[in-house]
Design a protein around this ligand. Structure first.
Ligand code: NAD
Length: 492
């Protein structure tokens, strides 16, 4: 069990070929809530990654990849049930690793993490392929049809902001398609991946079909995966610069890649919007998960007639936000993921001030007078007054912060919103139906919301453009990435 170890300090081992494997080299996992040590994590060596790849290849060929779909799905449903059965433990582990409020982990991270296995087990049973009748010069014709074949072994490299949710969002379609997988969770949040290994074993997952290797990026488990000849495809969610490094490493052996990267997402609020809905929605889209959701709005554009009213209403909400420990029922915002990340976010707060931003609220580090002062908290922050070409408007901060800019015309708002190298998500608030469709369709982003934010139908295409990545996850789009489609042409 994960809880193995001395006292409350856990030992998190790698999971290779159905066994938990220790390493001589460990690193510490602490909680950003108050800096307490949670676990010693066993860092996988290159040899261990080799063993995981060999085990995965064998499982792909002999067990998991060869299993009838119906049987494979039964195991995936058992995995979902296994997560649900230990839901409280998963929620506790996720909140300690990330510092996020329990209310968030219990509504989003863990139930959706389990649901991903059910959704993709359902989908793989009904997904179709293409078939075409073709004319030929002799008049007899030909038929073409395609079949899906898994890649074989897929490397899954995931981030820390929604650890279980975002890794299962990849694992479930990859595994339902028949691939064996090697998961490398973020070094910041290794616990739920290790627990998932226990659930997999309990659910009857064949040895080697699911492996977990712990570690970092360069010269550690992450890079060992991206450079490995025995891994056929890599699916990655994380920072844009990391995506670049992975792309270079994976180019050596020409692997299939799917990248969900960073964002600098705009939210446009028109004067005709339902004001309260726009405020409530923007509070969520800026501050949810302490601003550490790739879909969060960091640039808010508000039509001038309601600008002052909007800024003061958002300020009031930000200042009323309860910062606290995950387990406290009234906590709305936890800490950032780490002190290192807090230094980065605080660096942007300071830069905004240096560049002449007006601080509407926040901009600093809160003082609690208790052990939370050892945690990685920052204040929810709103800036106004910066130029659109300032670094604050161009670079992803990934914290509880936005800059609000006024606009006068729809064209101006669309122009500013699209003036970014990223292209992940956008949000539009308006009650004008024609404008809602027009503006949403003009957004240069993969995921666009009107009068809502983070409303997800798991069948829809999910992914970014430009620096936000390429490839689409979700529903059949994910299944298309995790399998090769082979065409068969039959001359009649
Ligand atoms: P990160 O890039 O620092 O790390 C992500 C993972 O990559 C970790 O497991 C890390 O160990 C690994 N890694 C780092 N360097 C590597 C290398 N050279 N080779 C192989 N693996 C390597 O990202 P993060 O800080 O964990 O996550 C935050 C970022 O993720 C933000 O930029 C956010 O926008 C982005 N994100 C995007 C989406 C999306 O769907 N587009 C979703 C969530 C997060």
């Amino acid at each position: 069990m994960v809880a193995e170890g001395s006292g409350n300090i856990r030992e998190l081992r790698n999971f290779i070929d159905g066994e938990f494997v220790a390493s001589d080299k460990t690193f510490e996992n602490t909680t950003p809530v108050d800096g307490t040590l949670l676990s010693h994590v066993h860092e996988a060596t290159e040899d261990m990654v080799d063993l995981a790849v060999a085990a995965a290849r064998k499982a792909y060929k002999e067990t998991w990849g060869a299993m009838p779909v119906e049987e494979r799905c039964k195991i995936l449903y058992a995995v979902a049930d296994g997560i649900d059965a230990r839901s409280d433990e998963f929620i506790e582990a996720e909140t300690l690793d990330t510092g996020k409020p329990r209310s968030l982990a219990s509504h989003v991270d863990i139930p959706r993490g389990a649901a991903n296995f059910r959704v993709f087990a359902d989908l793989i049973k009904s997904v179709g392929t293409e078939a075409y009748q073709q004319d030929t010069p002799d008049g007899a014709g030909a038929i073409n049809y395609s079949v899906r074949q898994p890649h074989g072994v897929v490397g899954v490299i995931s981030p820390w902001n929604l650890p279980l949710l975002l890794s299962t969002w990849k694992l479930a379609p990859a595994m339902s398609s028949g691939n064996a997988v090697i998961l490398k969770p973020s070094e910041e949040t290794p616990t739920t991946a290790t627990m998932l290994a226990e659930v997999m074993k309990e659910a009857g997952m064949p040895d080697g079909a699911f492996n977990v290797v712990h570690g970092f990026g360069p010269n550690s488990a992450g890079e060992f995966i991206t450079m490995h000849k025995g891994i056929d495809a890599i699916t990655f969610t994380g920072e844009t610069t990391t995506g670049g490094a992975i792309m270079r490493a994976a180019s050596e052996n020409v692997k299939a890649l799917s990248f969900e990267l960073g964002g600098k997402n705009p939210s446009i609020v028109f004067a005709d919007a339902d004001f309260n809905a726009a405020i409530e929605g923007t509070v969520r889209s800026v501050f949810a998960n302490c601003g550490q959701v790739c879909l969060c709005s960091e640039r808010v554009y508000v039509e001038r007639p309601i600008f002052d009213r909007f800024v003061s209403a958002l300020k009031e909400k930000a200042e009323a936000m309860k910062l606290g420990r995950p387990e406290d029922a009234d906590t709305q915002m936890g800490p950032l993921i780490s002190h290192e990340h807090r230094d980065k976010v605080k660096g942007y707060y300071d830069l905004a001030k240096e560049l002449g931003a007006k601080v509407v609220t926040g901009g600093g580090i809160p003082k609690f007078g208790d052990e939370r002062d050892n945690g990685a908290f920052v204040e929810p922050t709103i800036f106004v007054g910066l130029e659109e070409n300032s670094r604050i408007q161009k670079e992803e901060i990934f914290g509880p912060v936005c800059h609000i800019t006024p606009f006068d015309t729809e064209e101006e708002a669309v122009g500013m919103a699209n003036d970014t190298e990223y292209g992940l998500a956008s949000t539009v608030w308006t009650t004008n139906l024609a404008r809602a469709h027009r503006v949403a369709q003009n957004m240069e982003a993969g995921i666009n919301w009107v009068n809502c934010w983070f409303l997800r139908d798991l069948r829809t295409p999910f992914g970014g453009m430009g620096l936000s990545g390429f490839g689409r996850e979700g529903g059949q789009h994910a299944l298309n990435f995790y399998s090769e489609q082979k065409n068969i042409c039959i001359k009649l």
